[in-house]
Design a protein around this ligand. Structure first.
Ligand SMILES: Nc1ncnc2c1ncn2[C@@H]1O[C@H](COP(=O)(O)OP(=O)(O)OP(=O)(O)O)[C@@H](O)[C@H]1O
Length: 504
């Protein structure tokens, strides 16, 4: 069996492996890790800049980012490494000295940046649009929303892909030897190859392969672990609460709220409001008066413009014509962030920040927007959570709360900013039926305590019981507005009669 002996001598020459092992660890492994790590760090910095440029509205940022990505992703790594390493050799010598090592890191980093940029971009763009809405409704600027919520969430989602990129850099570092590294700068592959020439067999190279696997295989498992964790984290709904528990939580909370503490509700006046998405006219000449401390329920068929009307009230969308007055002042001249401190909003899909606990969700805008110190913000946040019956769940993340509890955290978050008006956009539509009551009970209580509320709802029973005014919209217009009795018992228009016949 000569050929087996030949193979053994070629690949499993233990003496040759033993001889190269110390150098493989002290020089090769060290250099490979430095090259991979430094180029990944550089790649992350370049990638983040590319991602932010890539999602920018300005073509001056978007187009160069696109070109960069196409070029560095499209070229074979070895071409880039040689072009940078040899093309910039002179400048490199002046900047870094004679060694091509830093240029190798630069080349690997430039290549990695193109891939990491795409990873970041897709991560950031995969963050639910509602997160940005929630940030804006909490009066964060676009930059703050990106920095505090959207980008960190996007990065968290793409952590596995980033680790994969690091693995890619570990492997690509083997190409840098083409630049002619000094002996002390050789990485795993180069040492294996050099020693293979000396020993005349492939054992040192096989050992180099084993070293690559020792670095990359655990990392691959780490990727899977992170991936699983993220998936489990997302799907856990460990709440396990029933509707009865939820209403019970609120009863407990009612005792902690001083029923005499009243909100300082503001007034709204909508005059001749129109709004369009491009050519599509969604609101037409809408007039509406909302008294301080009153509850207005907006009802109407799907697509009639109810949500858009709410979004105009805190300028999440811009109006086309007409005016909106808050306590007599036009909101159109106000800075949107200032306006949104005064008009809070709660969304159908809750839009809580998933990486933050209930307490952090409520406290975030207090520290970041209202500039309260952390202790004071936590005190306020705890009090607001207690008011919505969630004192015992402050440290739960949204994924561990039921839909009803999440919605109550969202209400606490809006309340914490001490708004004069709160807008509710179909806040019970995404809830299981048994969880609806808890949220509606809470909203009715806010109404009793004088909060001005504009509520888009399909809960007709709630509108009849709680509203001071019911507004029926159809095809972008207010068709009828009046007391619940007037709307539900004495509808005037054919359209309202038909709508009520369908929903009641
Ligand atoms: N971002 C958008 N871009 C373009 N059109 C939109 C956008 N949002 C809503 N629309 C359109 O505007 C119209 C009114 O939508 P809006 O969501 O305000 O209605 P709605 O009465 O709240 O409906 P629903 O009860 O189904 O939520 C619809 O025709 C809708 O398709």
């Amino acid at each position: 069996m000569d050929w087996i002996e030949n193979l053994r001598r070629s690949f499993l020459d233990w003496d040759a492996m033993g001889e190269v092992l110390p150098m493989m660890i002290a020089v090769g492994l060290k250099n490979t890790l430095i090259l991979a790590f430094a180029s990944t760090v550089l790649g992350v910095a370049i990638g983040m800049a590319l991602a932010l440029c890539g999602i920018s509205r300005s073509p001056w940022l978007r187009i160069p980012a696109r070109i960069y990505t196409d070029v560095f992703r499209g070229l074979p790594a070895i071409v880039t490494i040689l072009l940078i390493g040899q093309g910039l050799a002179r400048a490199g010598r002046e900047l870094f000295g004679p060694s091509p090592y830093p240029l190798g890191i630069l080349a690997l980093g430039l290549i990695a940046g193109a891939y990491i940029g795409e990873i970041f971009r897709s991560g950031i763009q995969s963050v639910d649009r509602g997160q940005l809405d929630a940030c804006r409704a909490l009066s964060m600027s676009y930059g703050q929303a990106m920095r505090l919520i959207i980008v960190p969430q996007g990065i968290r989602r793409v952590l596995p892909a980033l680790v994969n990129q690091f693995i890619g850099n570990v492997k690509d570092s083997s190409l840098v030897y083409f630049l002619g590294l000094l002996a002390s700068e050789r990485e795993i592959f180069r040492i294996g190859q050099d020693q293979a020439v000396v020993t005349g067999n492939l054992s040192p190279l096989l050992l180099a392969g084993v070293f690559y696997l020792l670095v990359t295989v655990p990392l691959t498992h780490l990727v899977n672990l992170i991936d699983n964790r993220l998936r489990v984290g997302r799907s856990t709904t460990g709440a396990g609460t029933s509707g009865l528990v939820e209403v019970g939580e609120l009863k407990g909370a009612a005792a902690s709220v001083d029923a005499d503490t009243r909100f300082n509700g503001g007034s709204l006046a909508v005059r001749g409001l129109s709004m369009a998405y491009g050519e599509h006219e969604v609101l037409k000449d809408v007039d509406l008066t909302v008294r301080p401390g009153s509850v207005t329920c907006v009802i109407g068929p799907s697509g009639s413009g109810k949500s858009t009307l709410l979004r105009c009230l805190n300028r999440l969308v811009e109006v086309k014509g007409g005016d909106i007055l808050l306590d007599g002042d036009s909101i159109l001249g106000m800075k949107p962030e200032k306006l949104r401190r005064r008009i809070g909003m709660v969304f159908q899909q809750f839009n809580l920040f998933p990486d933050h606990t209930a307490l952090e969700n409520v406290a975030l805008s207090l520290t970041r927007i209202k500039r309260m110190n952390k202790d004071a913000a936590d005190r306020v946040a705890k009090a607001r959570l207690a008011e919505v019956g969630l004192a015992g769940r402050q440290h739960h993340r949204p994924s561990r709360l039921s839909g009803g509890q999440q919605q109550r955290v969202a209400i606490a978050r809006a309340l914490a900013m001490e708004p004069e008006v709160i807008l509710f956009d179909e806040v019970t539509s995404a809830l299981d039926p048994e969880l609806v009551k808890g949220v509606l009970t809470l909203m009715a209580d806010l109404g009793r305590r004088g909060m001005t509320m504009v509520i888009v709802t399909h809960e007709m029973g709630f509108a009849r019981r709680v509203a001071d005014q019911v507004v029926f919209m159809d095809e972008g217009r207010v068709v009828e507005a009046g007391s619940p009795e007037a709307i539900f018992d004495r509808p005037q228009s054919e359209r309202l009669k038909r709508f009520l016949a369908e929903v009641l």
